[in-house]
Design a protein around this ligand. Structure first.
Ligand SMILES: C[S@@+](CC[C@H](N)C(=O)[O-])C[C@H]1O[C@@H](n2cnc3c(N)ncnc32)[C@H](O)[C@@H]1O
Length: 208
């Protein structure tokens, strides 16, 4: 078992190494993208594994780390991944190919989420991961809930914002956006909602 000083570090160290994900992580950092943490990635893989042949959407490809995790959990799934940054998509495409995922498995849509999402089919996907810009996160989440079929899962990364969301004295715009998102989904009868403190916080929603 790994030795680690904090529960978070322990949870990250517990995740087995994966060369492809390590390479994508390195490339992300070179491109100035913060990828999901190893423990968050494994949480994505575990959620994905429940839909082995599912159709997934990812908002915020980066250099491919979170997408590789989703496909590690469900190698038979199909992933549509959206990012407005062309260079990041070039990098991610290379990483997916290197990991053995062909164009039949991964579809890239290069564009702004606000333009792309309204053109996607509703009730058509099994899982949507939201990990893009923060200001429209509630809007993305609402749209994601329309894209998934009943029983489908929506995951939203980084919802705890380095602990700021849990601290009521923190009222900056970004923190408030995530706090309002969590408040808004907590008691909805059409959802099952939970927050996991993994990484920077992962909101997990199931559409009833
Ligand atoms: C935090 S990074 C995603 C990291 C990635 N999920 C991972 O774990 O490797 C956020 C990504 O969202 C993209 N992005 C930001 N705003 C966007 C928008 N409005 N539409 C589409 N992509 C956006 C950025 O280019 C960036 O690659």
């Amino acid at each position: 078992m790994p030795e680690a000083v904090t529960p978070e570090a322990f949870a990250d160290a517990f995740v087995p190494d994966d060369d492809e994900i390590a390479a994508a992580t390195e490339q992300s950092l070179e491109l100035g993208v913060e990828p999901v943490s190893p423990a968050t990635g494994m949480a994505l893989a575990l959620a994905a594994a429940a839909r082995p042949a599912g159709s997934f959407v990812e908002i915020g490809t980066g250099a491919g780390v979170s997408g590789l995790w989703l496909l590690r959990g469900a190698p038979g799934a199909q992933l549509t991944t959206i990012d407005h940054d062309h260079d990041r998509h070039v990098a991610a495409r290379a990483r997916f190919q290197s990991a053995g995922h062909t164009g039949r498995t991964v579809r890239f849509i290069t564009g702004r989420a606000a333009d792309v999402l309204p053109r996607m089919n509703e009730d058509a996907y099994d899982l949507v991961l939201v990990d893009a810009d923060s200001e429209p996160v509630a809007q993305y989440t609402e749209t994601a809930l329309r894209l998934v079929r009943p029983g489908g899962t929506v995951l939203v990364a980084r919802v705890l914002q380095q602990g700021k969301v849990a601290n009521p004295s923190r009222r900056d715009r970004r923190t408030t956006v995530y706090r309002d998102l969590l408040r808004g989904v907590r008691e909805r009868e059409d959802l099952l909602a939970g927050v996991s403190p993994v990484g920077d916080g992962l909101l997990q929603l199931v559409r009833r």
